[in-house]
Design a protein around this ligand. Sequence first.
Ligand code: HAX
Length: 431
Amino acid sequence: MLKEVLREKINKRFAETKEFREKHGDKVISEVTVNQAYGGMRGVKCMVWEGSLLDPMEGIRFRGYTIPEIREKLPKAEGGSEPLPEGIFYLLLTGDIPTEENVREVQEEFKKRMDVPSYVFDAIRKMPKDSHPMCLFSMGILAMQKESKFTKAYWEGISKAQYWEYVYEDVLDLLARLPRVAAFVYRYLYKDDKQIDPDPSLDWAANFAHMLGFDEPEVYDLMRLYMVLHCDHEGGNVSAHTGHLVASALSDVYYAISSAMNGLAGPLHGLANQEVLRWILKIKEKYPDRTPTKEELEQYCWDTLNAGQVIPGFGHAVLRQTDPRYTAFREFALKHMPDDEIFKVVSLLYEVVPPVLQKQGKAKNPWPNVDAHSGCLLYHYGIREFPYYTVFFGVSRSIGIAVQIIWDRALGLPIERPKSVTLEWLKENVK
Ligand code: HAX
């Protein structure tokens, strides 16, 4: 049923895109300056991403819906008050807000496909325990590559028009399994490899929390919110762009998402949430019995900057306002844990850091991004192994990237190949 709904959407969108390109294909949407070529291609519009669009002031919109709208409109679990990630998957994929029934269908699909082959666990178990969790997570995904239905069908010979159908199967298989792989990594590294079996009666995010070993209803809700908020952030960020790029070579979803996770594991991208907690705990160590004052925090910020380091969780390559994902997490914290000590520091930093960064005058955006807040919630509920935090981000972000890869194949997008130049070329051609 979902696949049939999608087929209809794809047929329509394919025709719409074709018509648009025939009419406007040669029109200019972006120019590239020398500084942009050296500057990480910031602001260059050269890619299409169906699921979401980031506005510098307003933040992300998923298929046109803002985060507050998503929180209101997406179906919730029984007894829960946060949206179900199965719903955001449906929305990103089809462009429609799902009904309860649509969400149930996605849940059933995930449940059917959630078994992880045991060789994946064997491979992870061979790795040393001081490996980074993102390395094990990415490896676990890569290890499953031989399961790819797309790759099998490709070598058997399928037409280009059928690619997306097999990619769709891979995406559902992979997303269904990700929480299991991620939870396995957590229990392997931090809980003496005492694994917890999935509970098929739970929704996807609650089951993830359950397999990690956290069964409070509030953690279930936090996990749902977490998985929804991080699911997509348009196409140019490192992890999304990586997944899209690798898949453009017709590498399957396992290869593509594993690569995307490797990009997410960088400290300027997904690892920032781990950095934030580490940075906050370091200042807390100095004041174990009380909340540091604003003045003390301000000094700490300057010490960080003067040591040539960035203040983690603040700034953004595109956003120029407080990240609405930060605001959503803040609302969750105010509702459930207003007196939490780390949350108090996070709140004070919201007041202290922006003026410091403004005074320093370098960062284009002094406001907090999602990573400034997400970790303190996990920490509050006892998930204290902060090197693991990026794995949560990764499970969630895989949704948006994987959905786009289906659309990439559905729209017949080609292998990516932008042009690079040398300084000599620039000197000769730019006068
Ligand atoms: N602390 C100190 N300096 C900062 C800063 C921060 N939080 N944010 C930006 N700057 C500095 C940059 O390092 C850069 O300095 P140089 O000119 O010396 O190189 C200058 O300000 C201009 O940078 P920018 O144009 O404002 O920001 P960029 O687009 O280059 O980088 C980053 C965006 C997110 C990487 C950056 O703001 C940063 O390093 N922030 C801290 C790390 C972080 O929170 N990352 C997570 C971002 C969200 C995300 O992707 N999550 O996955």
